[in-house]
Structure formats: structure tokens, C-alpha cells
Write a new protein. Structure first.
Length: 67
């Protein structure tokens, strides 16, 4: 993450997806985690410094699906 790669439109989508999957699978768990944190920071910056979701003060709510 962190680099923008522009692909030629003549490259098949399947090969692009395979390349991205290979790059993702070669990362360690720590690299994946820090990439997620970086993405979170970017989303906050793009939202004017406000997080996309805020705690509602209700704690953790676990509910059963209604059958």
C-alpha cells in the first residue's frame, strides 16, 4: 500500500487481481495490520479530521438475529 499503480487497460483484469492477491499473501500479519492502521489514518484525514464512526456510549451490544 502507499503506491498508486496505474494499469494498462489492455491487461486482463484476472492478471491484475492475481498480482494483487500475491502481493497481499506475501505480507506478514504485522505488515497487514500496520497497512490497516495507515488506511484508517488516511480515512480520518479525508473526512476533515473526524473519524468515520464514533462510539455511541452504549458499550458493546450483542444481539441475536431475529428469526
Amino acid at each position: 500500500m502507499g503506491r498508486l499503480k496505474i494499469y494498462d487497460i489492455n491487461i486482463p483484469r484476472e492478471s491484475i487481481l492475481a498480482e494483487r492477491e500475491e502481493r497481499y499473501l506475501n505480507r506478514s500479519a504485522a505488515q497487514k495490520f500496520f497497512a490497516l492502521l495507515k488506511l484508517n489514518r488516511i480515512s480520518v484525514q479525508m473526512n476533515g479530521g473526524e473519524p468515520l464512526k464514533k462510539p455511541q456510549g452504549k458499550g458493546i451490544i450483542i444481539s441475536k438475529p431475529i428469526s
